[in-house]
Design a protein around this ligand. Sequence first.
Ligand SMILES: Cc1cc2nc3c(=O)[nH]c(=O)nc-3n(C[C@H](O)[C@H](O)[C@H](O)COP(=O)(O)O)c2cc1C
Length: 219
Amino acid sequence: MTRTEPSDRLPGRPEPGDPLQPARPSPDTLELLALRRSAPAASLSEPGPGPDELKDLLRLAFRVPDHRKLGPWRALTITGDARRALGDVFAEARRLADPNAGEAELTLERRRPLRAPVVVAIISSPVHDDPKRTPIWEQELSAGAVCQTLLIAACAMGWAATWITEAPAYDPFVRKALGVQDQEKIAGFIYLGSATEPVQERPRPNSDDKVRPWTGRTD
Ligand SMILES: Cc1cc2nc3c(=O)[nH]c(=O)nc-3n(C[C@H](O)[C@H](O)[C@H](O)COP(=O)(O)O)c2cc1C
C-alpha cells in the first residue's frame, strides 16, 4: 500500500469544545478491524515510522477513553541505537535473573529490540492519589486501550505492528533502566516496522461462545 505523506496524514487536532460527530460511518475502518493482524516481531524490518509519523501515531493512540481525564499512561519511543542499549539492558536483566544463562540466551535478549526499527513502550501510569479515587484497574484498562489503538493506527498508516511483553516487561532491572516507577507497569512493547512476509489469520474465539443475552433474571 502507498503510505500517506506527513502533510495529508491526519485531520487537524480538534480543540476541547469543538463539535465532533458521535458516529462516523467508515467502511475502511470496518474492513481494517475485520482483517487486521499483528505481524511477528521477527518479520518486521526497515523502514519504520519516522519521528513525525510516530508523533501522529501516539497522538491518535492517546485518544482513548480515560475516566476522569487523568491521562494515566505514557510512552517511551526507542529507535536507532537506543534499541541496542535496550538490548544490553535486556541481556543484563537476563543475566541477573538467570546466572546460568549462556551466551546464546544473552544474545537472544540483546537482539529482541533489534527485531523492528521502532519499539514503543506503553507504560501504565495510574494516578494513585486521585482525590476522586478513580479505580487503578480502570486506569490500567485505559493503557491497554492505548496499545490497541496504536496497533490500529499503525495498520491504517501502513505499518505492521505487534504488541508483546515478554519477560523484560516484568523484569525489575528493565523497569529501573526505563525509569518505570513503582506504581507503574509496562503495558506492552509495541514493535513497528515494515512487514517482510504475509500474515495468516489465527484462530479466534467464536463471538457466539462469548456472548449471552442477560435476561434480567438474577437467580
Ligand atoms: C498484553 C499482551 C501481551 C502480549 N505479549 C506477548 C508476548 O510476550 N509474546 C507473544 O508472542 N505474544 C504476545 N502477545 C500476543 C501478540 O500480540 C500476538 O501476536 C497476538 O495474538 C496477535 O493478535 P492479532 O493478530 O489479533 O493482533 C501479547 C498480547 C497482549 C495483549
